[in-house]
Design a protein around this ligand. Structure first.
Ligand SMILES: [Cu+2]
Length: 474
């Protein structure tokens, strides 16, 4: 039996331990939704940010930890943040009107769930058009793949316009910015003549880049004043590239360096060596690089698909001289294809199993009014969710019947790409897949996270005008 003194000491120790545990419990990572100022093309720009009190953008954490976060809404309007690629309980998924109400101005919300897997993820507002104003940040989860001897470099890509997003959307609805669609009255770029020319090409060429942007940003900067990252000559680097653009896909161009793609959307793939890798909106790429022992600087560029615009950062070993790189390339890049997607092989594929259900989602749109849809249904909160049952292996077939590519994103579940144009494969596990015009992409996932989940095109103005649905199971 414990003496009274021993009992008291032990009780004090227990209570101290409990207090300590509570203190740790009681201190979630705080993320503030804030206004912040950037300089873009030499002009001031007011944008949003998701920032910790110490100035860190977003979060770096580790697998197995809990995602314990408090979001403080310090902007003047409601907002809600989605943890892109994570698998929280559905009420913490951050989609206004689907997972819960937005956080009012001045309000806050708490999140607490376990992190099942590591990798490169991101967070962004799912409220209105806030994502266009850069309400987005990295969400990096370290795991056993991370090595002490490699330098981690996050490269966040974004498209930027001085035109307010509501005005961009209004312009799109009037048909102004859409090549091959409607009049050019409100066009941010091009003359009526140029529009006429692109109209005649619309049938033959995919329609890319609905919106004409003022700048493309890499870690908030343009090539006029790029971020220069110090690297070790002979050192190892892992690039974590996040395409947080609202509407823009890129080709990553490593220039003289050959990289090794090791993960897409956070999930490991059998390594693919190369100098150029496509990245659709909302996707991520983890690319390993070996920095040579020379004395040259190495730009990592992102080339806008179908155009000659580019952005990027510079890797600088030692004091290597840095040459100015223009934000306009000599030639236009091509449209993104699924050539790489076809070659990707998941390191940890879904376990083989026959699907219980297959849903077909035709990607559809009415170009005249800039309204986008799934199976010709423009989503409203009354649209019935896709029926799914817990424990099922579910397949979703995306059939793109429009002349535009659509990056399709499923919330709350990782999926595997299992067929492209009726060709079976054990493709990448990921959360966002590109479906080019005329293509059919089949994904499979396990219904293991009950709730109501968003499934949508990640092009912001497509999502905002109806290319969205939900699935629900309990
Ligand atoms: Cu779309």
């Amino acid at each position: 039996m414990l003496s009274r003194r021993a009992f008291l000491l032990s009780a004090i120790a227990t209570s101290a331990a409990t207090t300590l545990a509570r203190a740790q419990d009681a201190s979630p990572t705080v993320l503030r939704l804030e206004r912040r100022n950037l300089e873009v093309n030499g002009k001031p720009a007011s944008v949003f940010g998701i920032i910790q009190p110490d100035g860190t953008q977003g979060i770096v954490t580790k697998v197995g930890a809990r995602f314990r976060v408090r979001v403080d809404n310090k902007i003047a309007v409601p907002s809600l943040i989605h943890w892109h690629g994570l698998t929280p309980p559905w009420q913490e998924d951050g989609v206004p009107g689907v997972s819960g109400p937005p956080i009012p101005a001045g309000g806050s919300a708490d999140y607490d769930f376990p992190l099942r897997f590591g990798g490169t993820f991101w967070m962004h507002s799912h409220e209105g058009l806030q994502e266009q104003l850069l309400m987005a940040a990295p969400l990096i989860i370290h795991d056993q793949r991370d090595r002490r001897d490699q330098q981690e470099i996050v490269l966040m890509l974004a498209d930027f316009s001085f035109t307010p997003p509501e005005q961009i959307l209004a312009g799109l609805k009037k048909g102004g910015n859409m090549p091959g669609m409607g009049d050019a009255a409100s066009g941010a770029g091009g003359t009526a003549g140029a529009k006429g020319a692109s109209m005649s090409m619309a049938a033959a060429k995919p329609d890319l880049n609905d919106v004409t942007y003022d700048a493309f940003l890499a870690n908030d900067r343009t090539l006029g004043d790029p971020e220069v990252v110090k690297v070790e000559p002979g050192g190892r680097v892992v690039l974590r590239i996040i395409n947080s653009s609202s509407m823009s896909a890129f080709h990553i161009d490593l220039g003289e360096l050959e990289g090794e793609l090791t993960a897409v959307d956070g999930f490991a793939v059998a390594p693919v060596a190369g100098r150029r890798f496509p990245i659709a909106v909302a996707q991520r790429l983890d690319i390993r690089l070996a920095i040579p022992r020379g004395s040259a600087a190495y730009p990592v560029l992102a080339l806008l698909e179908g155009e000659n615009k580019q952005t990027g950062i510079i890797l600088r070993p030692g004091n290597a001289p840095i040459a100015r790189i223009l934000d306009t390339a000599a030639t236009a890049s091509s449209a993104l294809t699924l050539d790489l997607e076809r070659r990707l092989r998941a390191v940890a594929p879904l376990e083989p199993r026959k699907a219980d259900h297959r849903h077909t989602l035709r990607l559809t749109g009415n170009m005249a009014g800039y309204s986008w849809s799934l199976n010709d249904v423009v989503w409203t909160p009354e649209t019935p969710p896709l029926p799914v049952a817990q424990g099922e292996r579910v397949e979703i077939l995306f059939v793109n019947q429009t002349p535009m590519p659509h990056p399709m994103h499923l919330h709350g579940h990782e999926f595997q790409v299992v067929e492209i144009n009726e060709q079976k494969l054990s493709g990448a596990v990921r959360d966002t897949v590109l479906v080019p015009p005329g293509h059919r992409v089949l994904i499979a996932f396990d219904a293991n996270n009950p709730g109501t989940w968003a499934l949508h095109c990640h092009l912001l103005y497509h999502l905002a005008t109806g290319m969205f649905t939900t699935l629900r199971y309990v």
